[in-house]
Design a protein around this ligand. Structure first.
Ligand SMILES: [Zn+2]
Length: 333
C-alpha cells in the first residue's frame, strides 16, 4: 500500500500517479503537497516522514522507474498535465526545485516529482540541427511524431545503424544520429550550391552514371534530386545503369552546342540498350525501346518533367525534335 502521505494528494490520485508508483518508496516531495492539501487521514506528523530530496545534477538522464509518472507544466501537481512518461523511458534533467525536476519532455519541457524516477547512466545528446524530425522508427519511412530544436537535449537509449532511440513525449522514438552531438554518426557532407542555385549531379550513383564532365552536370535541385530518385528506382529493374549527359554549367548561361541547358532545367539521357551502357541510337539493334520507355516514364515522374524530346515515334509521351535520335532531352518547368 501507498503511504497516506501520497493518498492526501488528490490531484495525483486522480491522474493515475499512484497506479504507476509500485515501488521506490515515498521519498521526497509529497509530504509538503499532502500537508498543503490538508489530508485528514494522515497519521504521520507533517513533514516528519519523508527524507529530504536527493539532489540530481543537471543535464543527466532521469529514468522512469515507476510504471508511469505524470509530467506537469509547473512544479505543482495542480498545474496542467503535459503528459505521462512510462517505465524505461529517460528524459534530460534541466533543473531541480526541491523534489521537483524539470525535464525536456518533447520539444516542450515539463516537471515531474522525484518519486518513481532516478538518475540514468545513458548518454545525453544535444541536437545540432535547427530542426530535427522525430520518427516512430529508425528510418525516414517511419511516421514523424514530432520535432526537436537546436540545442535541446535528449537521452540516447539505443542505436540502430545511423539512428538513435530517444524518449519523446511519453513514447520511445527515433532521430537520425548525424544531428546528435557525440552520437558518432558523421553528418552527410554539405552539398555545395553554385551561384546559379544549382547542385551537381555525381559522376555516378544508384542506377545511373554520367557521361558528362564534372562541370557539365549542374542543375536545379528539383532536377538533380529527381534524377537521383529516378536512378534509385531504375536500379530496381536490374537493367544497365541509365546514362546521364549534359545538364547545365555550374553558373548556368550559354552551353554550346545547346540552345537550351542554360537554366539547370534540362538533362540529356542515353537511350537504354539491350545490354551494356555505351551510347546507342534508335536505329541500332542494341537499342531497347521498351526499356527506354520505362526510363523516360520514371525520370519524368521523379523530376516532374514538363516535356521530353526524343525521336522514336514508338515511344509515348515524347516529342520529335531534330537531333534527338541518340539521346532524349528532359525539361522541367
Ligand atoms: Zn538536351
Amino acid at each position: 500500500m501507498r503511504s497516506e502521505i501520497l493518498m492526501g494528494s488528490l490531484s495525483l490520485v486522480a491522474l493515475g500517479f499512484l497506479a504507476g508508483c509500485s515501488g521506490g518508496g515515498s521519498s521526497g516531495s509529497s509530504a509538503s503537497t499532502a500537508a498543503a492539501v490538508g489530508s485528514t487521514t494522515s497519521s504521520v506528523p507533517p513533514g516528519g516522514a519523508s527524507a529530504t530530496p536527493t539532489t540530481i545534477p543537471r543535464e543527466v538522464g532521469l529514468q522512469v522507474d515507476a510504471a508511469s509518472i505524470n509530467v506537469f507544466q509547473d512544479p505543482d501537481a495542480a498545474s496542467p498535465l503535459v503528459g505521462q512518461a512510462a517505465q524505461g523511458q529517460a528524459y534530460v534533467h534541466l533543473e531541480q526545485q526541491g523534489s521537483w525536476h524539470k525535464v525536456q519532455f518533447s520539444d516542450v519541457v515539463g516537471w515531474c516529482q522525484q518519486v518513481g524516477i532516478s538518475q540514468s547512466a545513458l548518454p545525453v545528446r544535444r541536437v545540432t540541427a535547427s530542426s530535427l524530425n522525430v520518427r516512430s522508427g529508425p528510418g525516414t519511412t517511419y511516421r514523424q511524431v514530432g520535432q526537436l530544436s537546436q540545442d535541446q537535449l535528449v537521452v540516447e537509449s539505443q542505436a540502430q545503424g545511423d539512428w538513435r532511440e530517444i524518449s519523446y513525449a511519453g513514447e520511445l522514438a527515433w532521430v537520425h544520429g548525424a544531428y546528435l552531438q557525440g552520437s558518432g554518426v558523421t553528418p552527410p557532407a554539405a552539398r555545395p550550391v553554385s551561384s546559379a542555385g544549382f547542385i551537381q549531379l555525381a559522376a555516378s550513383g544508384d542506377g545511373f552514371y554520367s557521361y558528362a564532365s564534372a562541370g557539365e552536370r549542374w542543375g536545379l535541385p528539383q532536377l538533380v534530386y529527381g534524377i537521383e530518385r529516378g536512378g534509385s528506382r531504375w536500379k530496381q529493374t536490374a537493367f544497365p545503369r541509365a546514362g546521364v549527359g549534359h545538364i547545365s554549367l555550374e553558373r548556368g548561361g550559354a552551353f554550346a552546342p545547346h540552345s537550351s541547358h542554360r537554366l539547370g532545367k534540362n538533362a540529356d539521357f542515353r537511350p537504354v540498350r539491350t545490354s551494356g551502357e555505351a551510347a546507342v541510337t534508335i536505329t541500332q539493334a542494341a537499342y531497347s525501346r521498351s526499356r527506354t520507355q520505362q526510363l523516360i516514364d520514371i525520370m519524368k515522374a521523379e523530376t516532374r518533367a514538363r516535356s521530353v524530346l526524343f525521336n522514336d515515334s514508338g515511344v509515348s509521351g515524347v516529342s520529335y525534335y531534330s537531333g534527338h535520335h541518340n539521346h532524349f532531352h528532359l525539361s522541367i518547368p
